[in-house]
Ligand binder design. Structure first.
Ligand SMILES: NC(=O)c1ccc[n+]([C@@H]2O[C@H](COP(=O)([O-])OP(=O)(O)OC[C@H]3O[C@@H](n4cnc5c(N)ncnc54)[C@H](O)[C@@H]3O)[C@@H](O)[C@H]2O)c1
Length: 334
């Protein structure tokens, strides 16, 4: 009997430690119980992964939820799933392709015309490490969708957000932004040899810089904007990297992924928290790693880079550039 005590207690320690580590990595559920009845929410890329779970978490709290996706069949199916699971019938699908400025403008025009208010905008959609593709307007795909698409969408909806204030913009970025650098000489990878990983990191750094500059511009408006890293989650994001569902459940890597990778439901908690938590009322321009506020990478805190990126982004998507940002951008070295 006694010869079993040691191995059994060792196994208990390993299993207990693994469960504790998994809980720590998962980061926990959104601590806020706030409801959002009467509020209108837009979640981009909401047909799958973290976006779908975020829409579901927010639908549970009431509100009018708009899933903004490029594939309408998948979008309708996700809206139906969420309505069934939450019994919230105000969950609807709308078409938005962030790789097309025309589609973004059409989506925003419909929202402005048909929705009374927009209280919460979750800029969640992204593409990661795809081949060297370009958007309809010729932008490098990751920079175009992850940053420029959301930059234009948010700017087009700003008046609606301001009219609905207090309102919130939540920008989903990634810890990968720390490895990013904004190359103003070649934002769209036309001169450099394409590096799919560096392009993703640049796009996610751009999202944090956009958050910073937008927050500065929105001071006093009642609209807040924050960025977050949701954690590493088991989603379809790795479709271009060879990381498929079979990788997650493989015999050798499966246990490691089980320990370190979140479910989409847990990875949706930070977006939910930033969207609803009462204690975050008025908090703006911050970066959250999961549920905790953290300092982003040094380049993400550089106000000159943030202003210059704003001016360049506005020029690329055809938004009028304010005198302030164009004057500053021109005074910076190219
Ligand atoms: N999964 C992770 O480990 C992880 C880690 C860090 C950050 N993130 C971020 O979380 C967010 C959600 O990612 P996910 O893991 O759920 O990935 P996912 O691939 O499952 O979901 C991404 C969504 O974006 C949509 N999308 C892509 N291109 C689009 C376009 N042109 N127009 C409209 N929608 C488009 C996709 O259709 C999909 O619905 C992303 O911003 C991602 O960068 C994820």
């Amino acid at each position: 009997m006694s010869r079993y005590v040691l191995p059994v207690s060792a196994l208990g320690t390993v299993v207990g430690g693994a469960v504790l580590l998994k809980d720590y990595v998962a980061g926990g559920a959104c601590p806020s119980k706030a409801t959002i009845h009467g509020k209108t929410v837009i979640v981009t890329g909401a047909n799958t992964g973290i976006g779908k779970q975020t829409a579901l978490e927010l639908a549970k709290r009431g509100g009018n939820i708009i899933l903004a996706c490029r594939d309408m069949e998948k979008c309708e199916a996700a809206a139906k799933d969420i309505r069934r699971e939450t019994l919230n019938h105000h969950v609807n699908a709308r078409h938005l392709d962030l790789a097309s400025l025309k589609s973004i403008r059409e989506f925003a025009a419909k929202i402005i015309a048909e929705e009374e208010r927009v209280d919460i905008l979750v800029n969640n959609a992204a593409v990661m490490r795809c081949p060297h593709w370009t958007t309809e307007d010729g932008f490098e795909m990751q920079f175009g969708v992850n940053h420029l698409g959301h930059f234009l969408l948010t700017n087009l909806l700003l008046d609606k957000l301001k009219a609905s204030a207090p309102s919130r913009v939540i920008n989903v970025t990634s810890l990968a932004h720390v490895a990013g650098h904004i190359d103003f000489d070649d934002l769209n990878w036309r001169e450099r040899k394409y590096n799919t990983k560096a392009a993703y990191c640049q796009s996610k750094l751009a999202v944090v810089l956009f958050t910073r500059e937008l927050s500065r511009r929105l001071q006093g408006s009642g609209v807040t904007v924050n960025a977050l890293h949701p954690g590493v989650a088991r989603t379809e994001l790795g479709r271009h990297t060879g990381m498929h569902n079979s990788t997650f459940s493989s015999f050798t890597l499966g246990p490691i992924f089980w320990l370190l990778v979140k479910s989409p439901q847990l990875a949706a908690q930070p977006s939910t928290y930033l969207a609803v938590a009462e204690e975050l009322e008025g908090v703006s321009g911050k970066y959250f790693d999961g549920l905790k506020e953290k300092a982003p990478a040094p380049e993400a805190e550089d106000d000159e880079v943030a202003r210059r990126l704003w001016a360049e982004s506005a020029r690329l998507v055809g938004l009028e550039v304010s005198h302030e940002s164009s004057a500053r951008a021109q005074s910076l070295p190219r």
